[in-house]
Design a protein around this ligand. Structure first.
Ligand code: FES
Ligand code: FES
Length: 167
């Protein structure tokens, strides 16, 4: 059992505490926006979510270590300035890397509204379609837009629930 808030909703996972957060989100909570790319080795960044304000690789995080954590997935970032900037920069190919990239970029922008090139180098995400430069430009565009725009919308209110394994 592990309890945490996910996109503003209190969830209780009735799963083995060793279950990686990635699979708890996808298989138990039906939050399939978070992707698996490298087989849980922590290399690709596709599974990135935000945990307590920082980007985190959900494939490497057992849910038993996340008691009381505040988790945001791509489903909780609808309308974020970075999603709009990705469209403006034409930075969308297959899209598989984008949920993790948006989560990592949103966390970076939250911590550092005008990130430096060196900070952009620290992003864990790797785009197999080869549009990494456009992804970086999208963050810079979002940073510039956010400097003169209101905050991104808050996640909608949601009721608490218990999540059990899908099978
Ligand atoms: S799935 Fe590749 S880093 Fe998690
Ligand atoms: S857009 Fe295809 S992996 Fe990045």
């Amino acid at each position: 059992m592990a309890r945490m808030r996910v996109n503003g909703q209190a969830l209780e996972f009735a799963l083995d505490p060793a279950t990686p957060l990635l699979w708890a989100l996808r298989d138990a909570a039906n939050l399939t926006g978070t992707k698996q790319g490298c087989g849980g080795t922590g290399v690709c960044g596709n599974c990135t979510v935000i945990v307590d304000g920082a980007a985190a690789l959900s494939c490497t995080l057992p849910i038993g270590t996340l008691e009381g954590a505040d988790v945001t997935t791509i489903e909780g970032l609808t309308g974020h300035p970075l999603t709009l900037a990705l469209v403006a920069e034409d930075a969308i190919q297959c899209g598989f890397c984008l949920p993790g990239f948006v989560c990592a970029g949103a966390a970076l922008l939250q911590q550092s509204p005008r990130p430096s090139p060196e900070q952009l180098d620290t992003l864990p995400n790797r785009c197999a379609c080869g549009i990494q430069p456009r992804l970086r430009r999208a963050i810079e565009r979002a940073a510039a837009a956010s400097a003169s725009a209101p905050e991104s919308p808050a996640a909608p209110a949601a009721s608490d629930k218990i999540v059990t394994p899908a099978r």
